[in-house]
Design a binder for this molecule. Structure first.
Ligand code: PMP
Length: 457
């Protein structure tokens, strides 16, 4: 039963609000969950039901909900200077401090930050920046950006074009010219008879084949998420990134790591690039930079790239580039991550603990693979264990069913096709991890029952 308050919220929401990535007619018929409060790892709906936020919102609330220190830092900054721009020969203390702080956290060669309001804006900036970089170096033909199928790089024109999601390309006339999508290192879904190690090499060699076909003289950059997030938490085989490094070494192609999800500790290292040994020339950042408390993103670039970009004006910028209040929120978030040693906690304590329990879910009859790195993981649901090649007949139906049952069990997980994914806050306690694992197992049991009832299995 829902309360009158919830019914009222839902009716008004349905009347005026278009949600992102939602079938609005079906959603309005069913009614949205109205989330009214968050504290630590938990969120509450308008009927007082609480759920463990296993997705940290959208992979962003890494320090947990409701941190009063961030609210205080934001209040202070708003009172001091709520807004100024960084366009016309001006700057401000929070932007200076944040760029400097980011430079200390990233690999030593990464030294400069261009701020944006989001991850999508960061990746739009990347497209213009890498093409402009090569033009400045006298190589304007270097325009093509190689990306991967099933990548997610945002929803703006260039972000969605860089992404490799066909349903997104189908709306709005995408991709924009000069973006090429090649193999993703998704062993579980596409590895066939190969071992993960063999498949990692093969997926990387497809990027090499693309480079040879297109010609290095025409290529500006290769962009990739260290772990594909929205594509289904695709953790590449161990051979993948070293082979990519071998392929790109000595070639005039910029490496762009989209760290929007992996950045700021999700893997147990500050950046996914550190975890996998990637040496990027540019990194897109957002989400965990402010733990989602306020919208802020950016592109971190190497000194070499910054040097080239510094010669002439780069005709690019956003009103909210380095918004002072967002910078203050990000600085406070980074202070909390460091002082509470939360990245180490992901690497050494709560990460390994949750991983052990998560991998044990692989014994469930519905689970084909249970994978996790740091605090980011997936469960591949399969109709016919142990086969990887047999999919459920109506892709996505079982995944969505499982996602809804999980919420009913008090755990927010997300469905991607027929997999379930999680990325909980770094502050997750051991008791909360136990709750998460028990709720996930119950969800699998409930899903198996429901799938049998509905003839899906
Ligand atoms: N890149 C990646 C890897 C992402 O996961 C996302 C968001 N899920 C984006 C870019 C886009 O970020 P935003 O939604 O802040 O525009």
């Amino acid at each position: 039963m829902i309360s009158n308050i919830t019914a009222d919220y839902r009716a008004r929401d349905a009347a005026h609000h278009l949600h992102p990535f939602s079938e609005m007619r079906a959603l309005n018929a069913e009614g949205s969950r109205v989330v009214v409060r968050g504290e630590g790892s938990w969120i509450w709906d308008s009927d007082g039901r609480r759920a463990l936020d296993g997705m940290s919102g959208l992979w962003c609330v890494n320090i947990g909900h409701g941190r009063r220190e961030i609210a205080a830092a934001v209040t202070r900054q708003m009172a001091e200077l709520s807004y100024t721009n960084t366009f016309f020969k001006s700057t401000h203390p929070p932007a200076i401090a944040l760029a400097e702080k980011i430079a200390t956290l990233t690999q030593p060669h990464l030294s400069h930050v261009f701020f944006t309001g989001s991850g999508s804006e960061a990746n739009d900036t990347v497209v213009r920046m890498v093409r402009h970089y090569w033009a400045e170096r006298g190589k304007p033909a270097k325009q093509v950006i190689i990306s991967r199928r099933n990548a997610y790089h945002g929803s703006t024109m260039a972000g969605a074009s860089l992404g490799g999601m066909k349903p997104m390309h189908a709306q709005g006339g995408l991709p924009i010219p000069g973006i090429v999508h090649r193999a993703q290192p998704y062993w579980f879904g596409e590895g066939g008879e190969m071992s993960p190690e063999e498949f990692g090499i093969a997926a990387a060699r497809d990027i090499e084949a693309a480079i040879e076909e297109i010609g290095e003289d025409n290529i500006a950059a290769f962009i990739a998420e260290p772990i594909q997030g929205a594509g289904g938490v695709i953790i590449p085989p161990e051979t993948y990134w070293p082979e990519i490094a071998r392929i790109l070494a000595g070639r005039e192609i910029l490496t762009v790591a989209d760290e929007v999800i992996c950045g700021f500790g999700r893997t147990g290292r500050w950046f996914g690039s550190d975890f996998f040994g990637i040496r990027p020339d540019l990194m897109s950042i957002a989400k965990g930079l402010s733990s989602g408390y306020l919208p802020i993103g950016g592109v971190v670039v190497s000194s070499a790239v910054a040097e080239v970009l510094s010669a002439n004006e780069f005709n690019h910028g956003f009103t909210y580039s380095a918004h002072p209040v967002c910078c203050a929120a990000a600085l406070e978030n980074l202070r909390i991550l460091e002082e509470e040693r939360l990245v180490d906690r992901v690497a050494e304590e709560i990460g390994p603990y949750l991983q052990r329990g998560w991998r044990a879910l692989a014994d469930h009859p519905l689970v084909g693979e249970a994978r996790m790195v740091g605090l980011i993981g997936a469960l591949e649901l399969v109709p016919d264990k142990p086969s990887r090649s047999v999919a459920f007949p109506d892709t996505g139906k079982v995944g969505t069913l499982a996602r809804d049952l999980s919420i009913a069990n008090g755990l927010v997980m997300r469905a991607v096709r027929d997999s379930l994914i999680i990325a909980p806050p770094f502050t997750l306690s051991f008791e909360e991890a136990d709750f998460l694992l028990a709720a996930a197992r119950k969800t699998l049991d409930d899903t198996l029952d429901a799938a049998r009832r509905l003839g899906l299995k």
